[in-house]
Design a binder for this molecule. Structure first.
Ligand code: 6GU
Length: 235
């Protein structure tokens, strides 16, 4: 899979994709990640990437021209209808559809090329959305100053789902959310630490009982922290 990130803060991404599973996936050729400076595509001599909003109001709006130029260079077209199959142009914005495991899976499994546009909080010219964007995505109901932190979240969620990205020691199938529930609690050595013992059952060697305990604990945690996941009438 190829991922192109468009940002006005390319330095932000200098090291974030150089650790752990993403680093290993890049080295193994499972994913190629390129960071593009939107400013580099600005047309005027001041390299302006934003301007004042038509209709008035606070804040600046990201100009369409540099973003169109960047997408045109990367894809060879700025016409959604002519995108090759497997291309997704994703705009990160607080107005997007909320990211969840289903959204991440649909991108990881259906796309072979993702262009990720990091919007600034104040906004981006809507013609970018209309003409270029296939998916407008938010990472949750809170305000970030820009899409950059959201891009690291989205890229991580996608890359770990790509075939062979996870080592044999981990499996995406057992993850939280793929089961619709939170994960059960984990313990490692020592068996007693500062007066806190590990639950007996985990030392028992009784795998059926351990499985039962983990299911109960996962349910308990989901009820406590994320009751909404158990609602049957959710989207
Ligand atoms: Cl993708 N961008 C911004 N600016 N804020 C957000 C977000 C994205 N997702 C949640 N909050």
């Amino acid at each position: 899979m190829k991922i192109d990130v468009l940002t006005i803060f390319p330095e932000f991404f200098k090291e974030v994709f150089d650790f752990g599973i993403i680093r290993r996936a890049r080295k193994a050729g499972i994913v190629e990640i390129n960071i593009h400076d939107i400013r580099h595509f600005a047309l005027d001599k001041h390299k302006m990437t934003d301007d004042r909003p038509f209709g008035g109001g606070d804040g600046m709006v990201m100009k369409p021209e540099p973003i169109f130029a960047a997408v045109e260079e990367i894809l060879g077209t700025v016409d959604k209808a002519n995108y090759p199959p497997g291309v997704r142009v994703i705009l990160l914005s607080p107005q997007g559809a909320r990211l969840n495991q289903v959204v991440a899976e649909s991108i990881a499994h259906e796309a072979d090329h993702a262009i990720v546009i990091c919007g600034r909080y104040e906004g981006i010219d809507e013609r970018v959305n209309e003409a270029l964007v296939t998916d407008e995505v938010s990472i949750g109901d809170y305000v970030l100053s820009g899409g950059e932190p959201a891009a690291t979240v989205l890229v991580d969620a996608i890359v770990r789902l790509l075939p062979n990205a996870l080592g044999s020691e981990t499996s995406a199938v057992n993850d939280s959310f793929s089961s619709g529930m939170l994960d059960y609690p984990h313990y490692t050595r020592p068996a007693e630490f500062r007066g806190m013992p590990v639950p007996e059952v985990l030392l028992s060697g009784d795998h059926a009982k351990i499985e039962e305990w983990r299911k109960a604990k996962a349910l308990e945690k989901t009820l406590k922290n994320r009751r909404d996941l158990l609602d049957t009438d959710k989207e």
